[in-house]
Design a protein around this ligand. Structure first.
Ligand SMILES: Nc1ncnc2c1ncn2[C@@H]1O[C@H](COP(=O)(O)OP(=O)(O)OP(=O)(O)O)[C@@H](O)[C@H]1O
Ligand SMILES: [Mg+2]
Length: 262
């Protein structure tokens, strides 16, 4: 069947326009689907971030509660019990007037005083307040050494800066948790705490030669609060944390913080 040239041109124009239309629709559809995907992955990311924040908040609240419970138990079980014994001892002492009753009461009072000192030192070591982070960590190591077979060492390099008490106590708590983890879980023989001051950065490392662990796995298992609290504290400080742990070498946790930024 013969078609006139006008017909053929009109046919080609219609075909071309239809092709263009299909192409435009395909592009529009592609853009819509692509944007939807991006939006979805952004939403998923936000959801993950929100879950993490929620977990950190819960960990912070729970550990505050645990801390209160621990202090209450310390006060009740040690100070409370000792003061009750002193009261008894004083009754005996007044009744009998014997020197052994006086000596007993005096020794229980001494124990009570050192117990109160220990509780308050654990809460906020006065060395931290008066002499700064390095002195407090050195004292912390010495104290641990006295009651343990593990070798604790403290190494410091560079010129120390005096930090705000808020920041130094955050760093002190971080070290307390890391060392307590090394003692509780690693079976290490040697635990080293090191501070390296290199203006404007402070690098704090806690290292043990114990059994090592997988941080990601432990976090997924939802066990303790320690690791969440650590990250919480580091985040508040604006510091970065790096975990390096392997069965053969033990655990090395490194914190880097720009102390001149605060
Ligand atoms: N230095 C370490 N060596 C070996 N395993 C460790 C070390 N630090 C942590 N872990 C493992 O990671 C887990 C999680 O530590 P995390 O501090 O969060 O909890 P926890 O110490 O068990 O409890 P909490 O800190 O709440 O008292 C530990 O139970 C332990 O199995
Ligand atoms: Mg812990």
């Amino acid at each position: 069947m013969d078609r006139s040239p006008e017909y053929q041109v009109a046919f080609l124009i219609v075909l071309g326009t239809a092709g263009m239309l299909v192409l435009v629709v395909a592009i529009v559809l592609f853009v819509i689907v692509y944007q939807k995907r991006i939006l979805q992955s952004q939403l998923e990311k936000q959801q993950l971030e929100a879950n993490f924040q929620q977990k950190m908040l819960e960990a912070a609240l729970e550990s505050q509660e645990n801390e209160r419970r621990r202090i209450a138990a310390d006060l009740h079980d040690s100070v409370g019990a000792m003061l009750a014994t002193v009261k008894l001892g004083m009754g005996n002492m007044l009744r009998s007037g014997k020197t052994e009753d006086q000596d007993f009461t005096r020794s229980v009072l001494d124990e009570t005083i050192s117990s109160v000192r220990k509780i308050s030192r654990d809460l906020m070591p006065s060395t931290l307040e008066h002499y700064g982070l390095s002195a407090a960590l050195r004292e912390f190591c010495e104290r641990l050494q006295q009651s343990s077979d593990i070798t604790f060492s403290f190494i410091e390099e560079g010129e120390a800066s005096m930090l705000a008490l808020r920041d130094s106590s955050t760093l002190y708590r971080i070290v307390q948790e890391l060392v307590s983890n090394a003692v509780k879980h690693s079976g290490a023989k040697v635990v080293t705490i090191s501070l390296t001051w290199k203006k404007p950065e402070l690098m704090l490392v806690v290292q043990d030669n114990g059994c090592g662990f997988s941080v990601e796995e432990k976090k997924k298992q939802n066990g303790g609060l320690g690791l969440y609290n650590l990250e919480n504290r580091a985040r508040v400080l604006g510091a970065t944390l790096n975990y390096n742990s392997a069965p053969a070498t033990g655990t090395r946790i490194e914190l880097r913080w720009n102390y001149e930024k605060t």
